[in-house]
Design a protein. Structure first.
Ligand code: ZN
Length: 115
């Protein structure tokens, strides 16, 4: 087969097309890593206008934080500030002292963990 054409992406608008994993709302706003903003973000995440939760897609950690947090692929990352949990899907070293931790939200974990 010939090379596949670029996948057709849904129309990008000002709002992100991400769906909040915690409440299912599409009213989300993406904050991309590397964009110059008021806080000079190093993490990438989106916020939900309905429930107000923050969903991280990737977070930047120093090697010290990596050691302290015991991050590993397949592990669970707890965001205690927002009471949410993530599965660590991938860890990428991007500099001498910086790692990117890719996260997948675990919305069902809250219920599943309660025994
Ligand atoms: Zn939400």
């Amino acid at each position: 087969m010939a090379a596949m054409p670029m996948p057709h992406l849904p129309t990008q608008n000002a709002l992100s097309d991400r769906v909040c994993p915690w409440c299912g709302s599409g009213d989300t706003r993406l904050i991309q890593r590397g964009y110059t903003g008021p806080t000079d973000e190093v993490d990438q995440y989106f916020t939900c206008d309905r429930c107000g939760k923050v969903t991280y897609e990737l977070i930047a950690k120093t090697s010290r934080e990596m050691r302290l947090g015991r991050f590993r692929a397949g592990g669970v990352y707890r965001d205690s500030a927002h009471q949410t949990r993530y599965l660590v899907s991938r860890i990428l070293k991007v500099g001498l002292n910086e790692y990117l931790v890719y996260l997948k939200p675990m919305p069902a974990a809250e219920a599943a963990v309660a025994t």
